[in-house]
Structures are given as C-alpha cells and as structure tokens.
Write a protein that binds this ligand. Sequence first.
Ligand SMILES: Nc1nc2c(ncn2[C@@H]2O[C@H](COP(=O)(O)OP(=O)(O)OP(=O)(O)O)[C@@H](O)[C@H]2O)c(=O)[nH]1
Ligand SMILES: [Mg+2]
Ligand SMILES: [Zn+2]
Length: 314
Amino acid sequence: MTGVVFKSTGSSYTVKSTCGKFYNCKIKGIFRVSGITSTNPIAVGDIVDFELLNEGDFVTGLIYKIHNRNNYIVRKSVNLSKQIHIIASNIDCAFLIVTIKNPKTFLSFIDRFLATSQAYGVETILLFNKIDIYNTNEIEFVNNLIDLYSKVGYRCLKISALKDKNIHLLRNLMKNKTCLVSGHSGVGKSTLLNSLQPDLNLSTSDLTKQHNQGQHTTTFAEMYELDFGIRIIDTPGIKGFGIVNMKKNEIGDYFPEIFKIKINCKFKNCTHVDEPKCAVKKAVYSKEIAASRYENYLQMFLDSGDNFRNKIVK
Ligand SMILES: Nc1nc2c(ncn2[C@@H]2O[C@H](COP(=O)(O)OP(=O)(O)OP(=O)(O)O)[C@@H](O)[C@H]2O)c(=O)[nH]1
Ligand SMILES: [Mg+2]
Ligand SMILES: [Zn+2]
C-alpha cells in the first residue's frame, strides 16, 4: 500500500493510504534515506509504501520504503547540533508567519528561514499576522518590511488570524496546495488553521500561559486536509534556525538580490565581505540592497565556518 505521512511522533506515524484510510504505522527495521543523516528518517509529507500487520484487534502498518522527495525543509536538531531534523517534505509552498510583537520575530530569523527554503527549493510567502493589535507606528514598520521583502521578490500578506482579516486572500493562495505553516511559538499558526477551517478546533494558547509553562502548544508536525484541496502542515514553533548543508560560498546565492547583482563584482569568487570593487557592497551603500539583509547574510556567512572570521572582525 502507498500513502502520505500525516503525522509523526518520532516513533509512530499516521499514514493516509491512497484509498483514504488512516493507518498507524511503524518503521520496518532501520533504514536510511541516502545522503541524509537526520534525527527523523520519515517526515510529514513523505510518500511511503507500507504493509499491513494484524496485531489482535489492531491493524498496524509497517513502512518499508520512502518515495523520493520533491523537496524538504530542515532545521538543526535542538539537542544534537550536528544532526538535522526534517520539518516536512513534498511542500508546494511554505508560509512563514511573522509578528513584530507578542512575540517579536527578528529579521535574522526571517532571513535564515528564507535562505534555507530557497536552498531547498521551497517557495515561501510571508504572512504578517496580528495586524489587529498594531498601532500606527507598528503598521508603518510592517509596511516597510513588506516593501523590503516584496522588492526582493517574496510575496507578502498582512493578516489577522483571530479577526479574520484577509484570510479569504490567503485561502486563494493555498488552494490545491500542500502548505507548510511555520514561525515562532505564539505567532498564531494554529489560530490561522482554525480561521481557515473553524471545525478543526486546534488548541491554541495565549503567550503568558506558554511562558509560564515554557512549552509549545503544538508539539508535533501534523498535516490537515481542509476544503478547496488545501493541505496544511502545522508545525511546532521554532526558536532558532541554524543553517544546514549550505556551502559558505553559496550562501549569497540564496539571497535573490545578492545573487542577481554578484555578476558585477570584480572577483568571480567575491564573498562580498571585504573584497574591493564589490557590487553587492556598493548596492548596500546606495540602499538598493537593504542593510538588514546584507548584515544577516554576513552573519550567516560567519556562522557557517571560521576561515574568514579573523579577517572581518578587526
Ligand atoms: N490579537 C491577535 N491574537 C492572535 C492572532 N493570531 C493568534 N493570536 C493569539 O496568539 C496566541 C498564540 O496562538 P497559537 O495559534 O496558539 O500560536 P502557535 O503559533 O500555534 O504556537 P505554537 O503551537 O506554540 O507554536 C493565542 O492566544 C491566539 O489567540 C491575531 O491575528 N490577533
Ligand atoms: Mg500551534
Ligand atoms: Zn561582491
């Protein structure tokens, strides 16, 4: 039988077969997907082959094969810094939910997410949520961010998941797609899903409660099927976003505006750090490239190894 993984708890998987039935599955033996060392061999969104096993009253599935992934998105595993964790696979579009307060999303986090999804070939749309609680200055700040990211080429949308603002526009963007919803804990991922489909009734929780408990409300990635052919993967909130599997000299290529302009740098292998006649740095001075984007590029560049550190930190 073939099916799609809808939920993964690390040790067991919920798989929806092609005939529409859900099965509780385990992995048969140990298997690895070639080239990837991750903490989770199977992720939500994976297409798998499984065989059925009768265990008394229960029918369990044993997964013995993963089909090739069209794409997947990863982050560094929390405890084992060298290992990666696959957040989800076979995604048509990722939606990064950003809030500028309650909680604050830092631009460095947005830029890391965007570069990573760019590297893994996943289109990302930015959703600026909670617009119902922002004052005039904050709305202006959001508008400036939208201006910045739209110029780079990312689609942006202001929404309020709680007050149902622009949710119809979002629904149109999501039609007939498998969508990943990501962002810090408390930005409103589950609230958004409830707003798209009220009968889902996912649990959400306010920030104060979360801080007291130090826990995320959503703890496992899970896929939901909504009306209009929308499939959404709700994920636990992510705190940081370590870059993975990116070669140092490739990082600039995952910033579309840097990639576009680097051809004009004097040196073909310019890293845009301290080389002379660098078109990227020139574009930063003339404000054609946003300073925040360049700074976050530099930070990622530095974080990805230390061979240039002494040269830059003078
Ligand atoms: N004012 C306002 N509050 C919102 C909005 N969206 C979500 N919230 C609130 O923000 C809090 C957190 O929402 P959740 O949907 O649980 O956040 P989450 O991103 O799923 O969090 P985790 O599951 O921990 O990752 C809840 O109290 C929501 O009611 C919004 O558009 N406006
Ligand atoms: Mg949640
Ligand atoms: Zn350069």
